[in-house]
Ligand binder design. Sequence first.
Ligand SMILES: Nc1nc2c(c(=O)[nH]1)N[C@H]1C(S)=C(S)[C@@H](COP(=O)(O)O)O[C@H]1N2
Ligand SMILES: [Mo]
Length: 382
Amino acid sequence: MDLTRRQLLKNGVIASTAFYTSMLGAAEQEPASQRSKLLGLVEFINEGSMPLDTATGDELDGRLYCDLSSVKPDALITPLDVFYVRTRASRVLPSSKGWQVRVEGLVEHPLSLRPDELVRRAEPMGVHLMECSGNNRATRFGLISVTRWSGVPLAKVLADAVPKKESTRVLISGFDQYASESLNSIPGASWIFEVKHLASAQAFLATHMDGRPLHADHGAPLRLIVPGWYGCACIKWVDSIALVDESAEATSQMREFASRTQQEGIPQFARDYRPAIIEQAAMPTRIEKWSKDRRISYRVVGICWGGSQPLQFLEIRFNPEEDYVRVNHFRHTTNDPWTVWTHDWSPRHPGRYLIRLNAKEAAQARRLNSGYYVREVEISDV
Ligand SMILES: Nc1nc2c(c(=O)[nH]1)N[C@H]1C(S)=C(S)[C@@H](COP(=O)(O)O)O[C@H]1N2
Ligand SMILES: [Mo]
């Protein structure tokens, strides 16, 4: 049902007040005499041209960019088959039957855990967003998704192994051998976290997405999820959890992603890395063209995510020479996962518009403030 609706929407043939009112809430229903008709979507321009919602490539160069235009207030969770993928499963990935996760390093009781044990211990872990730190205009911002996760809290696994007093950090590594060489990425995914950061973020070893066993491309049998952190820290195909101390050097993955996770230079030691958290961000994801009483108007739908405090308001600007105005329909109650907002827009002239959001109250929003999430459209009818 939802798929058909998405396809219909893309072709602009849905003209239903039912859909319109589902976005506005019953209070703003329009009388039947003033029927509104959704004419279609306006595509963003000057972005990558790769296909969306389709897996391409293999292993380290395998990707799936999800189509954010289907995110709506009533469709917050990304359909599983189009949850973004950055690095597809290795062709030489061992079967999960013999898989072991070693809990090792500075621990009193080294452990070797089997995936089926962890699946038995899995509990609901909530709905969380994941975004690749390399998500940008060239990737059509398709490297961001939301799902409902289950798994085992990392704190429980660590407690079972009893970390030694001198341990302060945790090195989490995944299986990263591939049959073919990558053109763009360095193999070897592992990240070092401060124990207290993993605890405060409520990190977990995920076993299920949206009630289904993890797919190989998403890190089966086990992957790490650190809510609120960039995807590059969310190691897939986890096979080792090692307690380390302050002398630990940064991993190749941390160095590769240093600038994208806003580090100062490329620090040599793990202790000199800032948490790879997603600061407050927001962007438009869909521009609807409507006819209301035979007049053309537009509705911008977008998302707001990251950060640590809900915002009272969000501002939007259509081209640098215009002023920021408050987004009409914005209610922010959580920083994870994303919040969908809508804004009514009646551009005065045809032409190109650079749409940009501003979160004045956010403590930190470096990417957003740098114009990183700006998106452009060409409006022909006003
Ligand atoms: N083992 C391993 N884990 C990994 C990676 C990888 O290449 N190898 N890529 C990371 C990056 S950069 C991202 S954005 C997320 C993507 O997770 P997904 O493909 O399930 O969306 O996985 C992370 N975990
Ligand atoms: Mo990533």
